[in-house]
Design a protein around this ligand. Structure first.
Ligand code: PPS
Length: 300
């Protein structure tokens, strides 16, 4: 892929280390305010490593909260319905913190922060958190494509280089391995529902019921069916309030080479990893995940 020059005035950020984790510079610039963010007890934090299913979980939760009312869920694009806690960008875009200040409660809040960087107030306020994890191989493929099309992300470079950087944790939000493990190890210390993208792909209805249970919500069967339908990849891909097409016009997301809603599948990594890359990745994965009780599937 080649860098598109349609919006030359947007300068790509670089990586900066914040408390031992690599973050892209526009987000790092916000760090002092993010760290002291004051959560409210009814805030619901939706946490993921980037590209693990944030938009999907947002749509599901919003549909549950709105009892399956599609029109209400189309009141605004995803990024308005769920402020992104650590978001920062060149002016005039508001930061996540600025957006949160004017968002009425109860709020859904998006974050990609690793467990140890989550503002303390979320734990002090005993907030509920839904964490979604996705297998490393599909996650890195999705992240690579997104970093090419999103001009607010660090320039990804060639695939083979990107894959090495992912394995080293040398990309924004750092190590995938540490991210999924730390959230997993701490899930029982707080009100955290730990979910897997692959489980959602396998049996979405079952996972919607898990989320409803966690949120202490009950809905009639036909509304649950409606939620499952509305949050399928095929329907969300065509939904302008969920597919990020509204930000394309501003030049931040270049949908010419790929899409935010790209493939939405499990196992797409097979189209990108060479045999040699796969072997090297597996050997490294074994070392990094040694001793972890956390298990992923990368095909269904
Ligand atoms: S972001 O930018 O970090 O908030 O991105 P995020 O939403 O976490 O992840 C984007 C990937 O999730 C896929 N997606 C879905 N998959 C299946 N079903 C549904 N409904 C769905 N909605 C979003 C999206 O297509 C991205 O994955 P890839 O593999 O790139 O297609």
């Amino acid at each position: 892929m080649a860098e598109q020059e349609s919006t030359p005035n947007i300068v790509r950020p670089v990586l900066v280390t914040i408390e031992g984790v690599q973050l892209q510079s526009n987000f790092a610039a916000n760090w002092d305010r993010v760290k002291v963010f004051q959560a409210k007890p009814d805030d619901l934090l939706l946490a993921t490593y980037p590209k693990a299913g944030t938009t999907w979980i947002t749509e599901i939760v919003d549909m549950i909260n709105n009892k399956g009312d599609v029109e209400k869920c189309m009141r605004g694009p995803t990024h308005e319905r769920v402020p992104f806690l650590e978001f920062g960008a060149p002016k005039p875009l508001p930061t996540g913190i600025e957006q949160l200040a004017i968002t009425p409660s109860p709020r859904m809040i998006k974050t990609h922060l690793p467990y140890q960087l989550v503002p303390k107030s979320f734990w002090e306020q005993n907030c509920k958190v839904i964490y979604v994890a996705r297998n490393a191989k599909d996650n890195v493929v999705s992240y690579y494509h997104f970093d090419w099309i999103c001009r607010l992300e660090v320039l990804p470079g060639p695939w083979e280089e990107y894959l090495e950087n992912f394995m080293k944790g040398n990309i924004s939000y750092g190590s995938w391995y540490d991210h999924v493990k730390k959230w997993w190890e701490n899930k029982d210390r707080h009100r955290i529902l730990y979910m897997f993208y692959e489980d959602m792909k396998k049996d979405l209805r079952k996972e919607v019921l898990r989320i409803m249970n966690f949120l202490e919500k009950e809905l009639p069967e036909e509304i649950i069916d409606k939620i499952v339908h509305h949050t399928s990849f095929e329907v969300m891909k065509e939904n302008p309030m969920a597919n990020y097409s509204t930000v394309s016009g501003a030049g931040f997301l270049d949908h010419k080479t790929s899409h935010f809603m790209r493939k939405g599948s499990v196992g797409d990594w097979k189209n990108y990893f060479t045999v040699a890359q796969n072997e090297r990745f597996d050997a490294d994965y074994k070392k990094k995940m040694a001793g972890a009780t956390l298990k992923f599937v990368d095909e269904l």
